[in-house]
Design a protein around this ligand. Structure first.
Ligand code: FAD
Length: 455
């Protein structure tokens, strides 16, 4: 008689947990998930949980593997580029990619989460809501869960546990107690707050629909992503402290004054600004790196639980979904040899998740400051021109990360070389037509090898 496959216990039904559950259930595993929050299909989201996400190639690839992407097309809005808003209200559009195919996709976190939870249940996964993991014995596999409604504690036997429980992971906390567990966390001095631009009186978007809007202001910024209901989900990023920080914008009058002077064209579209501002919490942003990611084929960490990153490359969930596909590809190749699969997973992913963590921090300066700089915008044009001429050799870093599945570590390394090449080529030129193409081809052929571009 064929042995029943291992039951896999996931902690967390955020975004990665249900996607991983689907991919595992499709391979015949029995999957259960413990989620501390109530079922979001039945209970209203708490304030501050409605941010939109930008989904791009890596995330889409994973959703395609799970058979979900086509069904999601009705809940996404493609964004073709950044629309920059100056303080005077002037607009400047900068495309993300080289053509209309290279877009990023705005999706509501809640809608994506609900679609994933539904699909996980349809595939046979069991999700226990209001069940917080309060402890896990890494030696015996005994899991402790608390019913968040009744306060009752229970014990569950487990065979394999995967912590998909986000940046404050309870499973990681257990690993932390082991000797020689490496851990670093780095908070930004910036926080974020969600705000909304409602739909116009005709129910339509009040700003260009197919763009990610940015109000870059040097040290801080406001961004807005379109929703399918005509609204925009906005995120205000400010330092926690200082003159332009959350600590200085605490009364209704200060909020209005701050927005009227910094984001005048946005404030006129936000009649509920002050209410929104005070209703929503200030979130913190952290980068987490740790190792090892697994313990003896019994426990593994995945997604934000093992590599939380700051949101400025729009890659957190794209990276987490890539974790999921990487893990099941290893399972497909090696079978349920958990110690080997988990070790292979960490080996393949960590170098890449470390790389995107660093690029995400770097990209914060780019978004809040450099996108408003004409030299920076010129370099972006040159990048696209070089890519058009040498598509296998020169792919802009943003595109390598966002529109390809080139390993993040390769994107980081090539990005440094390409930056140097761009520096040399753009030094005394301000028109793409005046580029020294002979020098360009020499530098590119000398310093870059052809890329393997996977669909
Ligand atoms: C402001 C902001 C903007 C972002 N924008 C983007 C973007 O544009 N594109 C992108 O790709 N990524 C973006 N991200 C990152 C993305 O949100 C995260 O990478 C993603 O949510 C991680 O998914 P996860 O499933 O690993 O963790 P989470 O989404 O945090 O889910 C973890 C789940 O585990 C549950 N849980 C926690 N502890 C326990 C416990 N003890 N027991 C049981 N359950 C538990 C939680 O309730 C939660 O449901 C953004 C993040 C932020 C903060």
């Amino acid at each position: 008689m064929k042995a029943a496959p291992d039951k896999i216990t996931l902690i967390g039904a955020g975004l990665n947990g249900p996607l991983l559950a689907i991919l595992l259930a499709q391979r015949g595993f029995a999957v259960e998930i413990f989620e501390r929050r109530p079922d979001m299909r039945r209970v209203r989201l708490s304030a501050g949980r409605s941010i939109n996400l930008a989904l791009s190639t890596r995330g889409i690839h994973a959703l395609q593997q799970a058979g979900l992407w086509e069904g999601m097309r009705s809940i996404i809005i493609p964004m073709k580029g950044r629309m920059m808003h100056s303080t005077a209200g002037e607009l400047a559009f900068q495309p993300y990619g080289k053509n209309e195919m290279e877009v990023i996709n705005s999706i509501s976190r809640a809608e994506l989460n609900i679609a994933l939870i539904n699909a996980a249940e349809e595939q046979g996964a069991t999700i226990y809501f209001n069940q917080r993991c309060t402890g896990y014995d890494l030696k015996t596999g005994v899991l402790r869960v608390r019913n968040e409604e009744t306060g009752e504690d229970a014990i569950r036997e487990t065979r394999v546990v995967i912590g998909c429980d986000g940046s404050a992971s309870s499973i990681r906390a257990e690993m932390f107690k082991l000797s020689r567990f490496n851990f670093s966390q780095q908070y930004l001095d910036y926080g974020y707050k969600e705000l909304t631009i409602p739909a116009g009186s005709d129910g339509k978007h009040q700003l260009e629909t197919h763009a990610l809007h940015i109000w870059p202001r040097g040290n801080y910024m406001l961004i807005a992503l379109p929703n399918i209901d005509g609204t925009f989900a906005c995120i205000l990023f400010l330092p926690f402290e200082g003159a332009d920080g959350f600590a200085s914008v605490t009364t209704q009058a200060e909020v209005m004054q701050f927005f009227q002077t910094r984001f005048p064209d946005a404030v006129s579209l936000m009649p509920q600004l002050a209410d929104n501002y005070f209703a929503n919490p200030i979130g913190a942003m952290v980068t987490i790196k740790c190792s090892p990611w697994h313990v003896q084929g019994r426990a593994l960490l995945l997604g934000d639980a093992v590599h939380a990153i700051v949101p400025f490359f729009g890659q957190g969930i794209n990276c987490g979904f890539e974790d999921c596909t990487c893990l099941v590809e290893l399972l497909d190749r090696q079978g349920a040899d958990w110690p080997r699969v988990f070790a292979g997973f960490e080996k393949e992913r960590k170098v890449n998740t470390d790389a995107i963590a660093d690029m995400a921090i770097e990209n914060f300066t780019e978004m809040r400051d450099r996108v408003a700089d004409s030299r920076f915008l010129f370099r972006k044009k040159v990048e696209l021109a070089l890519e058009a001429k040498y598509p296998q050799l020169f792919v802009p870093k943003y595109a390598m990360v966002t529109f390809h599945r080139i390993p993040y570590s390769v994107a980081l390394a090539r990005g440094i070389v390409q930056d140097r090449i761009l520096g040399e080529l753009c030094e005394s030129v301000d028109r793409v037509e005046n580029l020294d193409w002979e020098k360009a081809v020499q530098l590119i052929r000398r310093d870059l090898t052809p890329l393997e571009l996977r669909p």
